[in-house]
Design a protein. Structure first.
Ligand code: ZN
Length: 252
């Protein structure tokens, strides 16, 4: 393990362009549950009567917005979660000019909270909410004002329209500009570090096809379909690994 972390540190310090691509595993270390995990699937079915894919679908948002907001507020928002060692290490790498971009599938905004600047949020962010009718923008606090009534549908102060999260629901497409920026960052990278993702969620996972660089590194607690293409695979906690890398780089 120690050797692998040394190799990764060397790859980062020697790379002219490094991109990090992260999934739910980056957030679980901040105590944010993965709604696609086995317990997440079970809870969705048992408590709300539907699988998460339906509870977070555009169809449900249109048909039963009260149920949509109840599930969303109770399961997708962790307002008091804080950045963990992985978020902090990535922000420091960026500060030191060793990381070009962070691409994330998470919607919790923790990379930005840790000080990350070039953060591409492929699935949007809980911290951005907007009115579907007039486009007025709101922060997360606006929809949490009614925390005691989680089924309440947030309404726009200006026009009374529904205020919804700027996150990509099932049946909705990703933001074209964000995908384009992400594809460009990956295509320019010499080193791509993929962390905390089983690489199962498309279309975000399909972005890996744009990588033409030398070194793919995968950090995940379990195996992924990308392992056979990787220069280095580390099966451990992403926060632990990146924290160790920062310690090594600081002493170089
Ligand atoms: Zn409005």
């Amino acid at each position: 393990m120690e050797d692998k972390i040394k190799i990764l540190s060397g790859l980062i310090s020697g790379s002219k362009s490094t991109v990090f691509f992260g999934g739910a595993g980056v957030s679980t270390e901040s105590g944010i549950p993965d709604f696609r995990s086995e317990s997440g699937l079970y809870k969705a079915q048992k408590v709300y009567g539907h699988p998460p894919e339906y509870l977070l679908s555009h169809t449900l948002f249109e048909r039963e917005p009260d149920l949509f907001f109840r599930y969303y507020k109770e399961n997708l928002i962790a307002a008091d979660a804080a950045p963990n060692a992985a978020h902090i290490a990535l922000a420091r790498l960026e500060d030191r000019g060793l990381l070009a971009a962070v691409l994330t599938q998470n919607i919790d905004g923790l990379h930005t909270a840790a000080g990350g600047k070039n953060v591409l949020e492929l699935h949007g962010s809980n911290h951005r909410q907007y009115c579907v009718d007039c486009g007025e923008r709101y922060g997360l606090g606006y929809i949490l004002a009614d925390a005691n009534c989680k089924g309440i549908i947030p309404k726009c102060k200006k026009c009374g329209g529904t205020v919804r999260p700027d996150v990509v629901l099932y049946e909705e497409g990703l933001d074209g500009a964000v995908v384009e920026s992400a594809a460009r960052a990956i295509s320019r990278a010499e080193l791509l570090i993929v962390g905390g993702t089983s690489l199962a969620v498309y279309p975000a996972a399909g972005l890996l096809r744009y990588f033409n660089g030398e070194n793919l590194v995968i950090i995940n607690k379990s195996e992924t379909p990308g392992d056979r293409m990787a220069r280095l695979v580390i099966n451990d906690s992403i926060g632990f690994v990146l924290g160790q890398v920062m310690d090594i780089l600081q002493n170089m």
